[in-house]
Structures are given as structure tokens and as C-alpha cells.
Design a binder for this molecule. Structure first.
Ligand code: ACO
Length: 323
């Protein structure tokens, strides 16, 4: 790693994340964050070290974290100019229980004290892809097991989603109940879980004269860890979440909060695919739309899509039709 100046390093390069087998401690994958500005400031640099190596390791099942900070040289304080306390800065975004020791001890601890793990909530969906079993678990923020897991992984939102923020875990129960949390895990033949990604969905309730407790589900955060990106996991996870809310009679509309460019692309493709393969767009042609022969509003409502996103899908389908 090239230092930026004699005592500053690029925080995105200095910080390495890794996932470890919960039963052997073996390193399964390593990756770097996309953003560190919410933690180390706009310049995304860390001051005061030569050859700084910050390791944030997670047990792949319960995502229990270990923080191991090492360096070759630390700058001696000169007046108020002191090396940044990397451990204290990162600790603010990690649960108290975070293991602060060298990575080797963390790996040994995992290997020596393995306890089998089951994700929080209930099993929503199981699928097999390229001989691996994947499970989606659906939990609610009011579940303490779910809060524990979130307290360990929320730092990932800052590191991978631009403008991402923590959700409040210790709110009152009414507010907690508004949050649905979905976890995507791979499951090995020996029932060992490996975290792949997660999503948070906020449910706005409002009253309608005909149906009580109608809700709008707002997909708030959606993350697939870098080692698992571009393998179709995001698309399958999104499809399963949408299918869940389409089946839920109390959900009227499914919206997305501030989608990133890559997520907006994924959403467009999956929404269009669902409307076309599910038959909702059967008979959708430019002529039918211009003659008002196609029930756009009824199809949009059945698809539980907000107007703007539905209009995008209609436009994409009509453009395909012209080609
Ligand atoms: N081989 C190669 N490419 C593939 C494969 C494969 N086997 N399978 C899918 N792809 C391609 C898809 O065609 C798609 O290509 P495109 O970008 O050209 O359209 C691309 O890979 C992504 O599709 P998926 O693999 O289904 O999606 P992925 O699992 O990579 O998840 C996501 C996408 C969620 C955006 C992920 O990259 C991510 O978490 N990014 C960081 C965080 C983020 O931006 N989250 C969304 C924020 S917005 C919000 O939270 C509301």
C-alpha cells in the first residue's frame, strides 16, 4: 500500500474485511470497503502510521466481529498532532462485545468454541443454486436475536452504501415492530451458515376506510457482500422480498428508499421481468396504451408498484416492443 504522505494512508486500502468459517476459523474471503468517509472523514485517510493494517474480521455465521489493528511505526505526538486512535474510532460503530485481539486468536477462538447457529426469525425461502443451498430468514427488529445480529453488521451499511445510515436498534417496541429484516445465508451440508447479505424494510401504516392497517413497505437498505456480488444473489433476494409483500394482503405498495445506481438497475430488470413473465403486461402495446385499451392503473395496483417505477417498466416494455 502506497502512503499518501509520510504518515497518512488511504483508509479504504488500510481496512480489510474478512469472513471466517465459524467452525474452523479459516479465512473464507477478504474484501475492502467502498466508502470510509462516514467513519474516517471526507478525505478517507488515516493519519499517524506507517504500514497500518486494520483487519475487521467476522465469524461468517453470527457475524461476531474482531478488530485487529497493527502498524510498523506510529507517529510520536507533536503538540496536538497525534496519530488517530483507529481502534476507538471503529469501536463506535461496533458492538461492545467486539473481539479486540489479533486475528490469529480470534480464529483459534472460533475453532475451539464453535456453537451451531440459526439465523433470527423464521425461514422464508430456500433455494439451490450451483449445488449450494441458500436460505432467506425473515425477522423483526423487536426480536433481540435480530438486534444482536444487526448491531454487528450495521457498520457494513456505512462501508458499502453511499449515504447509508444506522437504524435505531433500541427504539420503543412500536417503532421496532415497523422494521422487517431479511437475512440471506448460504447453508453448508453440515448446516453451517455463511452470511451473504441483508435487507431492511420499513412498514408505514395508515388507515383506509375499507381495510385496517394497510401498509406501504419501503425497502430501505439492501446489501450483498462484495465476494458474492454479480452472481445473481441480489436479483434472487430482491425477487423473494417482493414476492413476500405481494402475497401480504396488508401491503398496498412496495417502494424503495434512495436506490443506488446499481440497485436501480437491478430493480428495473427484476420488476420488468416479473411483469412480463407473470403475464401482467400481456396485451401492452403502444396502440393499446394510446387507445386506453390497456388497464394501466389496475395492473400497477396489482403489482403494488409506485407510479414512477411502474411508468419506467411500461416505457421499457414498449421500447422493447418497438425493437
Ligand atoms: N456472472 C456474472 N454476472 C452476473 C451473474 C453471473 N453469474 N449473475 C448476475 N450477474 C450480473 C447481472 O446481470 C447484473 O448485471 P448488470 O449490472 O450489468 O445489470 C449484475 O451482475 C448484478 O446482478 P446480481 O448479481 O443479481 O446483483 P448483486 O448480487 O451483485 O447485487 C447490489 C447488486 C445489491 C447492488 C450489490 O452490488 C450491492 O450490495 N452493492 C453495494 C451496496 C448497494 O449499493 N446496495 C443498494 C443500495 S440502495 C438501497 O439500499 C435501497
Amino acid at each position: 500500500m502506497e502512503p499518501i504522505d509520510e504518515w497518512s494512508v488511504d483508509a479504504n486500502e488500510a481496512l480489510t474485511l474478512s469472513l471466517h468459517s465459524p467452525s474452523s476459523g479459516e479465512e473464507l474471503s477478504t474484501f475492502h470497503p467502498k466508502f470510509t468517509y462516514p467513519i474516517f472523514g471526507e478525505s478517507e485517510t488515516i493519519f499517524g502510521y506507517r504500514n497500518l493494517n486494520v483487519r475487521l474480521a467476522f465469524a461468517a455465521d453470527n457475524m461476531s466481529p474482531c478488530l485487529d489493528v497493527s502498524w510498523d511505526k506510529k507517529k510520536k505526538p507533536v503538540g496536538e498532532v497525534v496519530a488517530e486512535d483507529v481502534e476507538a474510532i471503529l469501536q463506535e460503530y461496533l458492538p461492545e462485545e467486539a473481539f479486540k485481539s489479533d486475528l490469529k486468536s480470534f480464529q483459534n477462538t472460533l475453532a475451539n468454541f464453535y456453537v451451531s447457529f440459526t439465523p433470527p426469525g423464521s425461514l422464508l425461502n430456500t433455494s439451490t443454486h450451483l449445488d449450494t443451498t441458500y436460505e432467506i430468514w425473515h425477522a423483526n427488529l423487536s426480536d433481540p436475536h435480530c438486534q444482536d445480529l444487526l448491531s454487528r453488521i450495521q457498520i457494513l451499511i456505512l462501508l458499502f452504501i453511499e449515504g447509508g445510515t444506522f437504524i435505531t436498534l433500541d427504539d420503543d417496541e412500536w417503532s421496532q415492530k415497523r422494521w422487517d429484516i431479511f437475512f440471506l445465508y448460504a447453508k453448508s451440508p453440515s448446516n453451517e451458515y455463511s452470511f451473504i447479505g441483508y435487507s431492511t424494510v420499513y412498514r408505514y401504516y395508515y388507515f383506509s376506510p375499507s381495510v385496517e392497517n394497510l401498509a406501504r413497505a419501503r425497502l430501505s437498505q439492501f446489501l450483498i457482500l462484495p465476494p458474492y456480488q454479480r452472481q445473481g444473489h441480489g436479483s434472487r433476494f430482491y425477487d423473494a422480498l417482493i414476492a413476500h409483500y405481494l402475497e401480504d394482503p396488508a401491503t398496498l405498495e412496495i417502494t424503495v428508499e434512495d436506490p443506488s445506481e446499481s440497485f436501480a438497475d437491478l430493480r428495473d430488470l427484476r420488476d420488468l421481468n416479473r411483469l412480463q413473465t407473470g403475464g401482467a403486461f400481456k396485451g401492452l402495446t403502444l396502440t393499446a396504451v394510446s387507445k386506453k385499451d390497456f388497464p394501466l392503473e389496475a395492473v400497477r395496483k396489482a403489482a403494488k408498484m409506485p407510479e414512477r417505477q411502474f411508468a419506467r417498466c411500461v416505457e421499457m416494455a414498449l421500447l422493447q416492443d418497438l425493437q
